[in-house]
Design a protein around this ligand. Structure first.
Ligand SMILES: NC(=O)c1ccc[n+]([C@@H]2O[C@H](COP(=O)([O-])OP(=O)(O)OC[C@H]3O[C@@H](n4cnc5c(N)ncnc54)[C@H](OP(=O)(O)O)[C@@H]3O)[C@@H](O)[C@H]2O)c1
Length: 313
């Protein structure tokens, strides 16, 4: 129950610790009552464990700390959480997933060396709460979400129509844009549709960077950044500039190239209730079949959203 509470704290404020991972923590006393809880403070602030232990004060002594990610063992902007946990006198720590970075991992082992009982779990829900950060931290490039809108016969245009999907799906795309650091299309889409790629009609703290992959040229006043280099090199340059997440909005040529290069973590396909009958299909030819790690389904207005994960870090 307490671990569930820690996970729910993150669900309520998923980007609270950005650009650091957002972690939730709950301290329970020896009798099982919650005596402190917290979420990671924004960069440079306290880690969730420290927020929760500060709130618990001495009441956590002899109790348990539930945390959504393994406590850090390194000195970053703040001292390692391990020392603070040991000093607080909790005797047990339950962590919902490991820290994937070489730099900060090892917290569980250190706590054990200090005599604490540690349960290190591997809950997909906990990993997914920071999946963009995990990809970025492990691979040094943004987590890529490939979004496509298709007719039921798999085509990305419907003759005579401006949009493939309905209003609710298009609104969802704006929500997705508001949650990422960058949005991108290929130059073929720029030439065909001249998209703005900005966030409209939903609240946004800061607009994502808006990119076009290809040789260009960009039309005057497009507001997009042209990325001409090889895909991996461009993604690594974006990662080095702090871009943790990228929403790739097609079209089919660039989508296929990203998939072939192994650069997509998640596939979001909105399927519209229409048979287009003509036009390009969602993807070009792949050298070999790609197995998906998971496939989920959600109704969004008149459309259906299929979410597939290619891998999870
Ligand atoms: N329904 C949807 O979800 C959706 C989304 C987007 C677009 N569309 C539709 O798709 C059509 C455009 O499709 P498209 O396939 O031509 O456009 P695209 O995939 O957006 O762009 C293709 C271009 O990407 C650039 N590129 C950069 N790196 C590449 C690489 N490694 N490999 C291949 N290309 C690379 C090239 O630009 P350069 O030629 O400048 O080198 C290439 O011509 C339009 O009709 C548009 O309306 C539909």
């Amino acid at each position: 129950m307490s671990l569930e509470r820690a996970l729910a704290l993150v669900d309520a404020e998923p980007r609270h610790g950005y650009p650091n991972p957002t972690v939730g923590a709950v301290v329970v006393d020896a009798g099982g009552a919650i005596v402190g809880e917290g979420v990671s403070e924004p960069a440079g602030g306290r880690h969730a464990e420290v927020v929760a232990l500060d709130a618990a004060d001495d009441a956590g002594r002899g109790g348990t700390l539930f945390v959504t990610m393994e406590p850090c063992a390194h000195h970053g902007h703040t001292p390692p959480c391990v020392g603070r946990i040991v000093a607080a006198g909790v005797i047990r720590v339950v962590a919902a997933c490991a820290d994937p970075t070489e730099q900060a991992s090892g917290g569980a082992a250190q706590l054990r060396r200090h005599g604490l009982e540690v349960e290190l779990l591997d809950l997909p829900r906990a990993r997914r709460q920071n999946e963009a950060w995990r990809t970025w931290a492990v691979r040094g490039r943004p987590h890529v979400l490939l979004k496509l809108a298709a007719s039921l016969d798999g085509r990305v245009v419907v003759p005579g129509r401006r949009w493939v999907t309905g209003e609710a799906a298009r609104r969802r795309v704006h929500e997705l844009r508001s949650q990422v650091d960058a949005v991108a299309v290929g130059m073929g889409t720029v030439r065909a549709d001249a998209p703005r790629l900005d966030v409209r009609d939903v609240a946004v703290e800061r607009q994502p960077r808006r990119l076009a992959f290809g040789r260009g040229p960009l039309p005057d006043g497009s507001g997009l950044e042209l990325r001409r280099g090889p895909l991996l090199a461009e993604l690594e340059a974006l990662g080095a500039a702090g871009v943790q997440s990228l929403l790739l909005e097609g079209g089919p040529t660039l989508a296929t190239a990203f998939l072939e290069a192994g650069l997509v973590e998640q596939l979001l396909v909105f399927v519209a209730p229409v048979l287009s009958g003509d036009g390009p299909t969602m993807l070009g030819r792949l050298a070999r079949p790609l197995d998906l790690a998971s496939l989920e389904l959600e109704q969004v207005g008149v459309d259906v959203l299929l979410t597939a994960r290619l891998r999870e870090d």
